[in-house]
Design a protein around this ligand. Structure first.
Ligand code: C2O
Ligand code: CU
Ligand code: CU
Length: 472
């Protein structure tokens, strides 16, 4: 993979580029190639740095040894090479890879150091899901362009606190994406590859979303949702059946309007215009070009899942905390910002255990040393608004499951998002809305060493909203 710093907008066919499972096909454009793997396959990847910044790549969602995980401690410099070797040990699903360089993740991912990974396995094969041209990857990103049509990353302290929000929605690197389809069933693999934008996915004609897969695998059975919240780094696989639709008809996948994303704070910070978090806009258009008779039937059952519950916990009385807080105008996890080699005050987790983890917001809003700045003429003030931003929390290593999700504040904002969370299935990233308190269950099997957990709002991550777990 040659990290390309191309910033032109190229056209991209939108089709999944496939060959034998181990092949790599390059997408023309700023994104990296799609890597198609099979479970059990051993891979070796030569990663070269030919740019003027340090880089390292992380395989988001894959269960790999610590040295292969793309921890920023392994970043390489111009002219250097990193050789990754690992075995694909994840169920069939959609994963991705992206730059994970110390304090440069946001800008490097923005410039294109990211790409999709598909993993296939035998259980999935049996389902005979739509494939080839009927399987469409949708990498959703928001970008801003200069007048010369070059990618433009907008800096500034306030923007970093909010997270970057672009004004143009791209699918697979292309604006105004339209996909010609036949009147039959499709498998859509969606990745939110944006730095900080959260999408509320819905079809424009009100058709419910049929979800067949989450971050780390297919579901046991398809589930329908009126809409699905997709935070940065999350993936969702949809079954979309266009059968019965007339030739020439069009359907648009949209991001619907919602509240609680921090748009009010954006306005306070002077970020007017553009595309605020929570605004509604079209994402991609599907246009029926051909009527066909037969379609695939949606399977009633998908794949068996190893269901984790409280009784699987290694130490049922222990809960590992991930507390979201803020101090000195920096977001923190468990009262700290990132320290590369932090061995002290970090969560130590014995290997080959299953842990309960609670992700929640700091209770106290202010107090000495808490940054201050509360109140003021504009109500809750900047500080209070910062404390009520959503954070997509991601944990490296194995996929987890959600045990419970609780909203502690009665809020009308939450009403606008609450039906869009997928409770079942494997996850590696969970969106924590303001006021939410979430319990997850996660195995820490096979590998020891420092693994990361962080906010996947990439600006937050680069500001230090990241920590190490020491698995020993
Ligand atoms: Cu996709 Cu550490 O992240
Ligand atoms: Cu990751
Ligand atoms: Cu965050």
């Amino acid at each position: 993979i040659l990290p390309g710093a191309h910033t032109h907008v190229y056209q991209y066919s939108g089709k999944l580029l496939k060959g034998p499972a181990h092949t790599v096909k390059t997408i023309p454009g700023y994104l990296g190639p799609i890597l198609n793997f099979e479970r059990g396959q051993k891979v070796r990847i030569f990663f070269y740095n030919r740019i003027a910044e340090p880089v390292i790549t992380h395989w988001h969602g894959l269960h790999v040894p610590q040295k292969m995980d793309g921890h920023p401690m392994y970043e390489i410099f111009n002219g250097e090479r990193f050789v990754y070797e690992f075995e694909i040990d994840n169920p069939a699903a959609t994963y991705w890879y992206h730059s994970h360089t110390h304090e440069m993740t946001a800008t490097q991912v923005y410039q294109g150091l990211a790409g999709l990974i598909t993993v296939r396995d035998a259980a999935e094969q049996k389902l005979e899901l739509p494939t080839d041209e009927y399987e469409i990857p949708l990498i959703i990103q928001d970008r801003t362009f200069t007048r010369g049509n070059q990618l433009q990353y907008l800096h500034g302290r306030h923007r970093r606190m909010m997270g970057f929000l672009g004004d143009t929605i791209l699918i697979n690197g292309q604006a105004n994406a339209t996909f010609p389809v036949k009147s039959r069933a499709y498998r859509l693999r969606l990745l939110n590859g944006s730095n900080s934008r959260i999408y509320k996915l819905g079809w424009d004609d009100g058709t419910p979303l049929t979800v067949i897969g989450t971050d780390g695998g297919l579901l046991e059975a398809p589930e329908t949702f009126p809409y699905v919240m997709l935070a940065p780094a999350e993936r969702v696989e949809l079954w979309m059946d266009f059968s019965g639709r007339e030739k020439g008809s069009e359907l648009t996948l949209q991001s619907l309007g919602y509240k609680g994303g921090g748009a009010r704070m954006g306005r306070m910070g002077g970020m007017r215009g553009g595309l605020p978090q929570g605004k509604s806009f079209p994402i991609a258009k599907f246009s029926v070009k051909e009527r066909v008779g037969e379609s695939h039937q949606l399977p009633k059952k998908l794949v068996p899942i190893r269901q984790l519950s409280a009784k699987d916990l290694t130490s049922p009385d222990r809960t590992v905390p991930i507390e979201i807080g803020m101090r000195h105008m920096l977001f923190q996890l468990n009262d700290q910002t990132f320290g590369m080699y932090d061995h002290q005050n970090i969560e130590r987790i014995p290997v080959n255990t299953i842990q309960k983890i609670r992700i929640f917001h700091e209770g106290r809003m202010s107090g000495s040393g808490r940054g201050g700045g509360m109140g003021g003429p504009r109500g809750m003030g900047m500080m209070g608004m910062m404390l009520s931003l959503p954070h997509p929390i991601h944990l490296h290593g194995q996929q987890f499951q959600i045990l419970s999700r609780k909203q502690n504040e009665s809020s009308s904002d939450y009403e606008t998002v609450k039906d869009g969370f997928i409770h079942n299935g494997w996850k590696d990233t969970v969106l924590v809305m303001p006021g939410e308190d979430i319990e997850i269950i996660k195995p820490f099997e096979d590998y020891t060493g420092l693994y990361l957990y962080h906010c996947h709002n990439l600006e937050h991550e680069d500001l230090g909203m990241m920590r190490n777990f020491d698995v020993y």
